[in-house]
Design a protein around this ligand. Structure first.
Ligand SMILES: *Cc1c(COP(=O)(O)O)cnc(C)c1O
Length: 355
């Protein structure tokens, strides 16, 4: 730390991304919830074409992408805002709707970036514990009279709220913004996007990083009332109007045009997930069923840290997230069926160590 670093950030603990292995050893990479499938051929082609125009600034308003997204989601262009990953729109939302007198409420076990955003934007938080089985009791959020962010499905706990429960949270907090982070909605969840037409206090965020094979392209979106989106756009234009580069804009449009390709990949990932979950239970691992592209599991007799180390020794990268209530757990992204076979082989070897 330099002598010049603001005291405000002296205690900031940044978000830690999963390991991106470099070098000789080939790992099966199941630690960052990426898609094991490459972008569609159309995405690769359009991205390459767009790369030829990188000498020009990109369209700061992402007009064509916004129109494509709006048509796809059944909303108007003024209801959707593309950003540099959904992390960026979440950050803008913390900035836009919270301040010293308006905290952000979220579960104790959820996306580990939420507390970091709160710290960076210097806003207070209201942390609400999940139930013992790691489910969210939606009633904890009804009539809260605070801004709320909930990942649905929740990460890393894999569990979902129903649309009825989400609507009840939104309806009973009419003077606050409710953010539903749908990073994993394509793997079996129900989207709250239709509710954005009925409620002006609902912001839905989605990402192209998980189900649409574009993690390295950085594309996220926010969907909500024209007024909410205009506020977020004001912040975007006050920070970095060129936040979505031209290659990513072209890739995003092509990704929507290739929707069938991605939905087929999601189906394969969900099949591989169900198979993996069944095999893990047979081997004595425990965890809840998942509606995401990952599983959150433990093996009695092992700590989560130990499990992550043993999997790494077996050539498989999984994620250990720590945390008081989740220290026994690892998060395992779902890869191809072949990758999951390798994972299960290693999981069986680990289980055999402590029968
Ligand atoms: C991955 C993830 C995001 C952010 O993804 P981006 O790559 O920034 O679009 C947001 N929320 C949750 C819960 C996630 O798991």
């Amino acid at each position: 730390m330099s002598r010049f670093f603001s005291q405000d950030y002296a205690t900031l603990t940044p978000y830690v991304p999963g390991e991106q292995p470099k070098g000789q050893q080939k790992f099966v990479k199941l630690n960052s919830n990426e898609s094991p499938y490459p972008p569609s051929p159309l995405v690769i082609q359009r991205a390459a074409e767009a790369a030829g125009t990188l000498n020009y600034y990109n369209d700061a308003a992402s007009r064509e992408l916004r129109q494509t997204l709006a048509d796809f989601l059944g909303v108007q262009p003024e209801n959707v805002l593309p950003t540099n990953g959904s992390d960026e729109i979440l950050y803008f939302a913390f900035l836009a709707f919270c301040d010293a007198g308006h905290p952000m409420a979220f579960p104790d076990i959820s996306y580990s970036f939420y507390p970091v955003f709160a710290k960076t934007t210097k806003i207070p938080t209201h942390i609400i514990p999940l139930k013992d089985d790691f489910s969210i009791d939606y009633r904890d959020y009804c009539g809260l009279n605070e801004n709320i962010v909930i990942a649905n499905p929740n990460a890393p706990t894999c569990q979902t709220l129903s649309l009825t429960e989400i609507e009840e949270i939104v309806r009973t907090n009419p003077d606050n913004v409710v953010i539903i982070d749908e990073a994993y909605v394509d793997f079996g969840g129900e989207s709250a996007v239709p509710l954005t037409k009925k409620y002006d206090n609902l912001l839905v965020t989605q990402t192209f990083s998980k189900s649409r094979s574009l993690a390295g392209g950085r594309l996220g979106i926010g969907i909500g009332s024209a007024e909410l989106i205009a506020d977020l756009n004001t912040l975007r234009n006050s920070f970095n109007p060129f936040n979505v580069n031209s290659v990513t804009q072209a890739a995003g449009i092509a990704a929507i045009e290739s929707n069938d390709y991605y939905m087929e990949n999601c189906r394969r990932i969900m099949d591989a997930r169900e198979w993996t979950y069944g095999e893990l239970l047979k081997l004595g691992y425990a965890g809840q069923p998942s509606k995401t592209n990952f599983l959150f599991v433990k093996k009695p007799g092992f700590s989560g840290e130990e499990l992550a180390r043993l999997f790494r020794e077996g050539g498989v990268l999984v994620r250990y997230l720590g945390g008081e209530r989740t220290a026994d757990y690892i998060r395992v992204s779902i890869g191809t069926r072949e990758e999951m076979q390798t994972f299960i082989n290693v999981a069986a070897g680990i289980a055999a160590r402590k029968g």
